[in-house]
Design a protein around this ligand. Structure first.
Ligand SMILES: [Zn+2]
Ligand SMILES: [Zn+2]
Length: 185
């Protein structure tokens, strides 16, 4: 129906006012006060509200994915990051003296490992989906690292070793499993 057919038709909400147009969605006649123009069509406010309710809501993702397991996993990998920064901190002076000394190399190696764990923390907090694979890899790697030493001796089980090489990596893997569905981006 075109708006020329409106002669004598009154607004359904305000029967004393002549209708200006038919709503493009519900087809009822409305006066100017009840309509809004979308492109070339008039739509009544009731239909507009219904539309906004149906489609207008943006999917809310912002920080919804940072759940308790995600925070817990980030904490575990933060502890491991700190551990590797300080694991051979006594070799730090060697960096200034002799960059090629075995001690300096060990310190640099640990810093690079710490960097990877730091990146993992960042990826977890960004709920990036790559955090899962990298985190599992890093956890397994520090747990099974002794296999790479040529004699394949079982390491000495000090408290430090048990905490940072066994317990925390296991907690890290468990945390990643629990957070997997939240690591989406
Ligand atoms: Zn309508
Ligand atoms: Zn009206």
């Amino acid at each position: 129906m075109s708006n020329k057919d409106l002669d004598g038709i009154m607004c359904v909400k305000h029967p004393y006012r002549p209708a200006k147009a038919f709503c493009a969605i519900c087809g009822k006649p409305y006066c100017e006060a009840d309509l809004t123009k979308i492109g070339n069509e008039y739509v009544c406010y009731d239909c507009l509200r219904a539309l906004v309710k149906k489609y207008g809501k943006e999917p809310t993702v912002q920080f919804k994915s940072i759940t308790l397991p995600v925070l817990f996993t980030a904490l575990v990998f933060s502890l491991l990051t700190v551990y590797f920064v300080f694991a051979h901190i006594e070799f730090l002076p060697k960096l200034g003296e002799d960059l090629k000394s075995p001690e300096a190399r060990i310190f640099i190696r640990d810093l690079i490992i710490a960097l990877f764990f730091g990146i993992e923390v960042l990826l977890i907090l960004l709920t990036n989906k790559n955090a899962f694979v990298l985190g599992i890899f890093l956890s397994l790697w520090i747990m099974l690292n002794f296999l790479t030493n040529p004699v394949m001796d079982l390491p000495e089980l000090t408290t430090e070793y048990i905490v940072f090489r066994i317990i925390l990596p296991i907690l890290g893997i468990l945390g990643l499993m629990l957070s997997k569905k939240n690591l989406v981006r």
